[in-house]
Design a protein. Structure first.
Lengths: 963, 469
């Protein structure tokens, strides 16, 4: 403090008065006002009617009169208030009473005439331009060289400890330290031999060796990748009303883990997540694929509503909100409806970024009204898969070459048809209509038909009508031989045949597009609309002859009754089924045509036609047979990513009050105004490449990341609000430490492994966690770090540790989740996707569902997959204790742990072994006494005794807490 | 805080009952009394912004959208104008094939006045009708979304898209709870409603404020049923706490370690307290019959209602009852007659709950809330269509109990029940009113998250003064 005052005096001596005063205001007063007073007395917030944003504001004052009388310290209400005389400002429930040195600054300011150069109205969002220029977190970082020594960290922390009158705790024991470091870097406990080896390693760099070993393990990426997944609210479902699974999102999750393990510079790491598809890290297939997969970050954004395309503006808000918080600790999301109230972010800024994302095509997860996923990004093939794909392409080419519907043959058939056709009957089938064929055939319902001649039931769409589902039934009965009968009903079971020409007891059925000559419906359709029971044949995309092959009604575009054959004429397409007569005879014709899509449109017209030409029928059959095997080659499962690509590029219009239906002016795609407002470079691109470069080159990026790394190591950030470095966030507890860590991060090319070493080698990190009562009383939140804050294991660490000690852990990285196949999905808001998958892999590989929290993760404060979780809560609630008392899975972990060690006997070594396994130490005498007594008095078999003891030890505080 | 707890249970002071279950250690007096956890934890009872009568809430949520015009909002003009074509810029018919033209559709149930107040209720709710003198029926409710998911989320969290803390979480966050052996916020639901666990999630509020799910059945609360005999469990816990104590003794500052030891004590107690709350064997046959509970059955809303009373008796702060899941509910697109079975499931139990609470004096400090996520359209695309569609423009909710004016109706819809017209009450206003009844200024019950002070009512909401007693 003393040095501080001397500095001010020195400044005052050096400059002419008004310059000194301006400088004093800018350097000392303004930041203080902004941080401590503006939250309630600036912009739209004028608590008690007082604005402290301008001279006019404090001259006029609030309800209690002028706040400041320049030069009059005793007469200025502001000075009374900050000294808590009468009025108490800032109030205790806000930032609390100012520090003495801060009171001194304001007092000096008033005393020396209250020079105030601020000009009103020069606002950006919720901050004046001038204020935002001096906002601490936006300032450039000093350029520094890489240092290996943690001395600076300790100097900065110890300095504050001294100032607070706190004493640093001594170092933790070796056992505590290696357990702390192992959980910290891998989320898993150390082994007993690890601990012994470290305890016995007398070399000066023993701990560095441990740290380096842990940093090289795969488990490191699994643990620190999880940290990142918390921040970017990773989830394995889309979160919209039916919470659809994202079967390909895992590639992104694993990319995160892999990249963290490789210590990818965070600039590249983030750049890939925003624009890896456009700017991969190298020109190889693997790196190009990685770039695509990395953009899964954007794709896993939350989706909203019933038809997610209608609520796409909310997805964009989720994206912008997360980009702002995760990379810049800036709350940009609130500017969707209006300018930010406290930070220099405007609604225009929001829509400038919005344009970048609305110019991007996101993989579509499907939703209730549009069930099929779309726009998944195909990955390039390598190795064996690439060779198989070439084979597939060749088979496909052959299939295409033999494709049916030879135009010459069709022209010939068309001519024959025109000459030979008789319409036996026709009728309009209206709304909900059901027309019996025989009622419209008259005398034609029984007639002579010769071999090769053709009966055809053709369904025409009526005028102004697109498509409709029409149930059809055509029965043909030889009047002289009762066994010689054919019915289109049989086709329901046969529709899955290889060809749209199906032979049944000598007769042939053909599925045709009859718009302009007979054309076979050559494309087999399975899983129509995502329903396994719906199959059919089409020409192009629209199913034209289809069937509900199942035993129950299928609710697709309409309710389709079971075991029914349909025609579905498309716009401009008439569909038909034809029957080619197997032998001369007299045939009775019956059946019906019914509207299966009641309530939509004006119906169809059927024509029952008779082609009195064997040449026509034989030609038709030949055209169908020539098609050969129509089953296309089985497609290869081409790996796809849930990712993004460039979309239709354009600027977005501002949405007034956040309402997408109220478009304002178009906002050019650009960077935030406060950071320069640079426009995107290439108007043909979305601008994601630019955005990535703006973000990763801003000093906030390094500060925010350095703060997170520090927080993940010591339990709290230098800035306690890691997602908010704006005026509503906390101020840094150790500003210089944050600057040091951030500039070291930059100097190390944004690699975080060097930062781990630097932090973990510091005394501050290695202190004992056994706080003295006095230290705790003076600094209850351990803000000044006089000791290491002990912590409870996270949900994932608890589960992973239980898997380790029970030897159940499957350490092979997880890949895809066992979701049901896409073709079976019919999730809706009434019956949303819901599953919990049992696995013995590490918890980072568990399926994380958005609409329904995983019961275990939720019980132990797991991350929220719907929004960024920068800090894990650590609650202690009785329902957690109930888990240890009665959960089935916990009991089985304990039993397995017991069986592991039961082999050894007698009792003492078993207890020793349990302690080594769980706590990486031997039991004390007192502990041996208690546990032995327990074993001796507990009623049950040996196995039951040891299972009980395992439960106890796995429930203990020592197992659950890291010192 | 203690002065607020009223005697309830057959002359036994509820406070003394709570104290007896908290006092000392059930398990290991020798060990855990030395823990002396200074604060009672984040759920300790807290003062509200201003004194209020309501201390507890029973929130009855009917899933799927109950038709207001067939239950609590009589519309004679719908009979007169049945079949008449109307025009409306309604979200459910916009761009929907087959809905180019819409026609008014008459209610299918008769209304008649009930009680001294004469509030009209339809024959779907004959038992609730017998309680109208205790109700404040709000007929001018409206909401911001016509989708189940969003409207359900909105009714529970005040947010129609994003996950936010549930109303029960806000209440326990604001008030704490008085029985540490039971959760402060309990949700009894046979199935999950729309939006899944989000409707009772604490979201960014501290996790202790999360709703605890009770699923009617043999094991209503997860992990409460002991897996081993009590004697053995006690022996295990004794050893656990002895070992924990050795671990603790090496430290000057106990931090959350002692709180965690204490949590095992409470969990041990919960193994008794929770089943006890759901053990109806001491209830009289008359009581069980009044709730329409079949013997030994946990089926039906009666079980949920009686469980709610018993939980409130035991100091649980906020009990939500959800009647059905996200399918097979009040969502009567196909046929309004499905309302018959659904109302039958809830009608008698709800009336029994109100009468039971009243008779025990518990309605003095308990607020009963009945609502759904939206109403149903007074029209359809044909006049003789059997069902009704989603209707966010108007629906009915009601309140009863502490601080609520009884025997009134509040607000009106237009003559066809199409739009809330007089004294409109939005979901945000509804929430503001519930919080007010509990002693909170809804603008001041806030939580700082990501740089913003969030509240249940977002940036809206005003207290419906007309229903306050």
């Amino acid at each position: 403090m003393k040095r501080f005052s001397i500095l001010i005096v020195a400044l005052l001596l050096l400059f002419p008065f008004h310059l000194q005063a301006d400088d004093f205001f800018e350097k000392q007063v303004r930041p203080l006002l902004v941080a401590k007073c503006y939250p309630c007395h600036a912009g739209t917030k004028q608590s008690g009617g007082l604005s402290l944003e301008t001279k006019a504001g404090w001259t006029k004052g609030g309800e209690s009169g002028p706040a400041i009388i320049p030069g009059d310290v005793d007469g200025s209400l502001l000075i009374d208030a900050i000294n808590y005389r009468g009025i108490e400002m800032p109030p205790a429930d806000k930032s609390g009473k100012l520090k003495p040195e801060e009171i001194e600054i304001l007092t000096k300011w008033v005393q020396n005439g209250t020079v105030d150069p601020r000009v009103a109205g020069q606002q950006i969002g919720g901050m004046s331009k001038a204020d935002s220029k001096t906002w601490w977190s936006y300032q450039p970082l000093a350029e520094v060289k890489v240092v290996q020594s943690p001395k600076t960290i300790d100097r900065l922390i110890n300095h504050r400890l001294q100032a607070q009158g706190l004493t640093a705790k001594t170092a933790a024991s070796r056992r505590e330290l290696i357990r702390r470091a192992t959980y910290d870097l891998t989320g898993l406990p150390p082994t007993y031999p690890d601990v012994i080896a470290f305890e016995q390693d007398k070399s000066p760099n023993a701990f560095l060796k441990v740290v380096n070993r842990l940093l090289e393990s795969n488990e490191y990426g699994e643990h620190w990748g999880r940290h990142w997944l918390d921040v970017i609210r990773y989830g394995d479902t889309a979160g919209e009303n039916s919470d659809r699974p994202l079967p390909h999102a895992w590639r992104f999750r694993n990319w995160v883990i892999h990249s963290i393990n490789r210590d990818m510079p965070f600039t590249s790491f983030v750049q890939q997540q925003l624009a890896g598809d456009l700017q991969p890290l190298g020109d190889t297939v693997d790196l190009r694929n990685d770039g695509i997969i990395a953009t899964g970050y954007l794709a896993v954004s939350r989706r909203y509503g019933h038809d997610i395309n209608k609520d796409i503006h909310l997805m964009h808000e989720d994206v912008i909100d997360n980009v702002g918080k995760a990379f810049l600790a800036t709350t940009i999301g609130c500017a969707r409806c209006h300018d930010h109230k406290y930070d220099p972010i405007t609604a225009e800024d929001y829509y400038a970024l919005y344009g970048i994302f609305s110019s991007t095509k996101f993989s579509f997860p499907g939703c209730e009204p549009i069930p099929q996923p779309a726009d998944l990004v195909t990955l390039e093939l390598t190795g064996e898969l690439a060779r198989l794909y070439q084979e597939y392409l060749a088979a496909m080419a052959e299939y295409e070459a033999n494709k049916p519907n030879n135009p010459e043959a069709i022209a010939m058939l068309k001519g024959l048809a025109a000459k030979s056709v008789t319409v036996l009957g026709t009728a309009n089938v209206g709304q909900s209509g059901n027309e019996k064929l025989e009622e419209h055939l008259g005398d034609n319902s029984v007639r002579q038909i010769k071999k090769g001649e053709v009966l055809q039931l053709k369904i025409n769409r009526n005028a102004n009508y697109g498509a409709d589902s029409t149930g059809i039934l055509l029965n043909i009965q030889n009047t002289k031989a009762s066994e010689k009968k054919w019915s289109s009903q049989e086709l329901v079971e046969l529709i899955d045949s290889d060809s749209p020409l199906i032979e049944v007891r000598g007769a042939k059925w053909a599925f045709l597009d009859a718009t302009d000559g007979p054309k076979y419906l050559i494309t087999k359709k399975l899983n129509i609309g995502g329903h396994a029971a719906l199959k059919g044949w089409a020409f192009g995309d629209n199913p034209s002859v289809s069937a509900n092959t199942g035993g129950t009604t299928v609710k697709a575009w309409t309710s389709l009754p079971p075991k029914t054959l349909f025609t579905h004429p498309g716009p401009g397409e008439d569909a038909a089924i034809s029957w080619i007569c197997p032998e001369d005879g007299e045939y009775a014709i019956s059946g019906h045509v019914l509207d299966a899509h009641a309530g939509a449109g004006d119906g169809v017209t059927f024509f029952l036609e008779y082609f009195q030409s064997a040449e026509f029928g034989e030609g038709l059959a030949a055209l169908g047979e020539k098609n050969g095997n129509l089953t296309p080659p089985t497609p290869l499962t081409i790996p796809v990513a849930y990712a993004v690509t460039e979309g239709a590029v354009s600027d977005a219009a501002l949405q007034l009050r956040g309402d997408p239906e109220q478009a304002g002016e178009n906002i050019p795609r650009r960077w935030l105004e406060i950071f320069g407002g640079t426009p995107t470079q290439n108007p043909q691109q979305s601008g994601r490449v630019d955005l990535a470069s703006w973000i990763t080159s801003h000093p906030l990026f390094a500060r925010v990341l350095a703060n997170r790394v520090w927080q993940w190591h010591v339990g709290q950030g230098v800035v306690a609000t890691p997602n908010d470095f704006g005026s509503r966030g906390s101020v840094p507890s150790h500003p210089k430490l944050l600057e040091f860590l951030a500039s070291q991060l930059v100097a190390n090319n944004y690699r975080i492994k060097p930062l781990h070493r630097l932090i973990m080698l510091s005394d501050a990190y290695q202190r004992s966690s056994h706080a003295s009562k006095a230290a705790h009383q003076q600094d209850p939140n351990n803000k000044w770090l006089s000791y290491f804050s002990p912590r409870r294991l996270t949900a994932e660490e608890i589960r992973d540790s239980l898997l380790v000690v029970s030897k159940e852990l499957d350490s092979v990285p997880g890949e895809a989740h066992p979701f049901p196949p896409e073709s079976t999905w019919n999730f809706s808001q009434h019956a949303p996707f819901n599953a919990v998958y049992q696995t013995n892999k590490r918890s980072v590989y568990m399926m994380v569902q958005r609409q329904r929290r995983h019961p275990f993760l939720s019980l132990f404060d797991g991350p929220d997959p719907n929004t960024s979780s920068p800090v894990r809560q650590q609650t202690t609630v009785p329902t957690q204790a109930l888990y240890f008392l009665n959960d089935e899975l916990f009991h089985s972990y304990a039993n397995l742990t017991a069986s592991r060690i039961l082999a050894s006997y007698p009792a003492n070594p078993i207890i020793d072994e349990l302690y080594q396994l769980l706590f990486q130490r031997l039991p004390t005498e007192a502990e041996t006494d208690i546990t032995l007594q327990f074993i001796n008095t507990y009623d049950g078999t040996d196995e039951q005794k040891w299972q009980a003891l395992s439960r106890i030890l796995l429930s203990s505080n020592e197992f659950l807490y890291v010192d | 805080m203690s002065h607020r707890i009223q005697p309830h249970i057959n002359g036994i002071n509820r406070r003394s009952m709570l104290r007896s279950s908290l006092a000392g250690s059930l398990l290991l007096p020798g060990i855990t009394e030395c823990l002396a956890v200074d604060d009672a934890g984040p759920l300790a009872a807290k003062e509200t912004h201003f004194p209020a009568k309501a201390k507890n809430v029973i929130f009855l949520f009917m899933t799927g959208g109950v038709s207001h015009i067939d239950t609590f909002d009589p519309k004679p003009a719908l009979h007169r104008d049945h079949g008449k074509e109307i025009k409306a810029d309604h979200p459910e018919i916009k761009d929907r094939p087959g809905y180019e033209r819409i026609y008014l559709k008459r209610p299918q149930w008769e209304f008649s006045p009930h009680g001294e107040c004469g509030t009209e209720v339809s024959t779907l709710f004959p038992h609730v009708a017998s309680c109208v003198d205790d109700l404040a029926v709000i007929r001018s409710m409206h909401t911001s979304h016509s989708n189940h998911y969003n409207a359900t989320l909105g009714m529970h969290t005040g947010s129609f898209a994003f996950s936010r803390p549930s109303i029960g979480s806000w209440v326990t966050y604001g008030m704490g709870t008085v029985n540490q052996n039971l959760p402060g916020f309990v949700v009894i639901a046979p199935q999950q409603t729309y939006a899944g666990t989000q409707v009772y999630s604490n979201d960014f509020l501290p996790a202790v404020n999360q709703g605890t799910l009770v699923v009617p059945g043999a094991d209503p609360v997860a992990n409460v049923k002991p897996r081993i005999p009590p004697k053995k469990q006690r022996q295990e816990l004794l050893a656990l706490q002895e070992l924990n104590k050795l671990h603790l003794d090496t430290r000057e500052h106990k931090g959350t370690l002692s709180a965690r030891m204490k949590s095992f004590e409470i969990a041990y107690g919960m193994q008794q307290a929770v089943p006890d709350a759901f053990d109806f064997s001491k209830e009289t046959k008359a009581t069980l019959a009044s709730y329409a509970i079949q013997s030994d059955s946990t089926m039906g809303f009666g079980w949920q209602c009686l469980a709610a009373r018993r939980l409130i008796e035991r100091g649980v702060r906020f009990v939500e009852l959800i009647d059905t899941g996200s399918s097979g509910n009040w969502d009567a697109h196909g046929d309004m007659m499905t309302h018959v079975a659904l109302s039958k499931n809830v009608d008698q139990p709800i009336a029994a709950l109100i009468k039971d609470l009243k008779q025990r004096g518990m309605l003095e400090d308990t607020l009963v809330v009945w609502t759904t996520e939206f109403g149903r359209t007074p029209f359809n695309n044909t006049a003789d269509a059997k069902g009704r569609e989603h209707h966010p423009w108007a629906f009915t909710s009601w309140l009863a109990g502490a601080g609520v004016k009884s025997g009134i109706t509040y607000g009106e819809t237009d003559e066809h029940g199409l739009r809330a017209e007089v004294d409109k009450v939005h979901v945000h206003d509804f929430h503001a009113t519930v919080l007010h009844l509990l002693g909170f200024d809804h603008e001041k019950l806030t939580y700082r998250h990501a740089g913003r002070d969030y509240r249940l009512t977002d940036v809206e909401g005003s207290v419906v003064k007309g229903i306050l007693s």
